[in-house]
Ligand binder design. Structure first.
Ligand SMILES: [Zn+2]
Length: 91
């Protein structure tokens, strides 16, 4: 089964949360290996997830057409109280 980009986007939040079925996870990972667009979206989505980690209010922006708020919150490099949390294994 070949995933299209839009299908991968639907799974990104689950991918980051580790809630995907193994079969879906494998398809998404295969897609990410050769798709720069989805890899970039995954990276930016991961950043958004970190920014909104406290409230868990993340939603996939429809179509990803709006510019990402890269500098949202100012990125306080000095306050690292939650940055030690490992999103891949901390659950
Ligand atoms: Zn893609």
């Amino acid at each position: 089964m070949v995933l299209e980009c839009k299908h991968v986007w639907e799974h990104i939040s689950g991918y980051l949360d580790g809630t995907l079925d193994a079969a879906v996870l494998e398809d998404v990972q295969k897609h990410l290996e050769h798709c720069e667009i989805c890899s970039a979206i995954l990276d930016s989505t991961r950043n958004i997830l970190i920014l909104t980690a406290d409230e868990r209010v993340f939603e996939l922006p429809l179509g990803f057409s709006e510019p990402a708020p890269c500098e949202a919150g100012g990125g306080d490099a000095g306050t690292s109280r939650d940055w030690g949390r490992d999103w891949g294994r901390g659950r």
